[in-house]
Design a protein around this ligand. Structure first.
Ligand SMILES: [Zn+2]
Length: 422
């Protein structure tokens, strides 16, 4: 059992909405949890085995991302005239997942909620991560997403129609071990022949899934874009609405009544808008161009109204992967959704933990919670973009990634830039 005292750091506190200077955090590497934290020096009650001086470091909880697709990669949709190098096979999807897991943890993402994985691969990936067989963030799983026959995500999803099939499907997914149920309630961007406004599951179907999931203490995430779909899903009691292009006053009222959290995934839209002109299919990019302003205004409205926002990127969509994009999503909340830097950090930490029902053990640097945190050399309060830079990453109190210095980085820059398209 090793107790490490990370001392002399500026540590983020969501109650203070700021980093607090001259703080320490003592972790027990056997349990992976924080056993003491505070200002100045560690108390005499704690026998410390090792002290690490964190002078000049800004420390915040590890990034949590509530909307990822680990079996997808950002280049899947590119049509660059070359031979198709991707495949929908189980083997390719598993390989992508393992690489995405590594990218995520190396970039400070310490917990993901995966909301749709081909072949239910996230269930096995979670086990591999827990056994230490692969490097990566902790995983909250959904298995395959539920969709109506021919609906959004039907390629890799689980097609169900009507209350009876939904009930059977949700119970089967929970038997397999999923932590969360993902429902495609409306159409979306990355499928031809449908629009974000199309209602796909009706309210009875959504409510049936919610009742079954909640009976077993599981959460429900709903892909919803158009105005009516968002309202329907919130009324039916889903825990989180994903994307949400058209939040209006009535929607805000429904969210308040039902305690709904919004997961914006703004970078999914922004990346296609900004980089997808020659590579993303035109039918998909059209839908982004038509909806992006409404989407950003919708999230701005929800944030201003005090609706809980949990950070999610939709990682795996074009130009939107598992590297710096999560931290960029946080910047978009400041630049395009009117949040303060502290509010934006909260979306990716404490708000995610609450939305995922893991806030007893995650989401802040506090006694009894897992010591998952990142350390930066610059202050995100002054410039939110610093979270996107190289940083030290700690998982269960142990350093799992060291910030790559500039000399080392120059060799890597090209491939990373190629991967994210910026
Ligand atoms: Zn998604």
């Amino acid at each position: 059992m090793t107790k490490i005292n990370y001392t002399n750091a500026a540590i983020y506190n969501h109650d203070a909405q700021d980093f607090e200077a001259n703080h320490y955090v003592v972790v027990d590497t056997q349990t992976g949890k924080v056993i003491e934290t505070g200002e100045g020096n560690v108390s005499n009650a704690v026998q410390v085995d090792e002290t690490v001086d964190m002078k000049g470091k800004y420390v915040m909880p590890g990034i949590m991302n509530a909307h990822t697709h680990i079996t997808s990669i950002p280049t899947y949709w590119w049509h660059d005239g070359e031979e198709d190098r991707h495949s929908d096979s189980r083997e390719f999807n598993t390989m992508y997942a393992i690489q995405n897991m590594k990218d995520a943890i190396d970039n400070g993402i310490t917990y993901i909620r995966n909301v749709g994985a081909a072949y239910d691969i996230d269930i096995e990936i979670k086990k591999m991560q827990e056994k230490g067989m692969i490097k990566g963030p902790k995983v909250m799983t959904s298995g395959r997403a539920f969709t109506m026959t021919g609906g959004h995500g039907s390629g890799s999803g689980h097609e169900v129609d009507g209350v009876d099939e939904i009930v059977k499907g949700v119970r089967t997914a929970m038997k397999k071990g999923v932590d969360n149920i993902k429902l495609m309630v409306t159409g979306g961007v990355l499928k031809n022949g449908e629009t974000p406004d199309d209602i796909q599951f009706n309210e009875d179907e959504v409510r049936a899934a919610v009742v079954e999931a909640h009976h077993k203490g599981k959460t429900v995430a709903a892909h919803v874009q158009g105005a009516e779909g968002v309202k329907e899903a919130a009324r039916a009691g889903v825990d989180t609405v994903e994307h949400a292009f058209n939040i209006d006053d009535e929607t805000i009222k429904i969210f308040r009544e039902h305690g709904t959290t919004v997961v914006p995934t703004m970078n999914a839209m922004y990346a296609i808008y900004k980089y997808g002109e020659k590579t993303v299919p035109e039918w998909a990019r059209r839908k982004v161009i038509v909806n992006i302003e409404k989407h950003f205004a919708s999230i701005t409205k929800a944030a201003a109204a005090g609706i809980p926002i949990a950070m999610g990127t939709d990682a795996g969509t074009p130009y939107n992967g598992f590297q710096s994009e999560s931290a960029y999503e946080i910047q978009l909340y400041v630049d395009k959704a009117g949040m303060t830097p502290a509010q934006a950090i909260d979306t990716a930490t404490i708000n995610c933990a609450r939305a995922m029902h893991v806030d007893q053990e995650y989401g802040e640097i506090a006694v009894g919670k897992y010591a998952d945190f990142i350390a930066m050399t610059e202050n995100p309060m002054d410039d939110i973009s610093v979270i996107q830079r190289e940083k030290d990453v700690y998982q269960n109190g142990v350093n799992v990634h060291r910030a790559v210095t500039q000399v080392e980085a120059s060799a890597q820059t090209e491939t990373e830039m190629e991967a994210v398209g910026r």
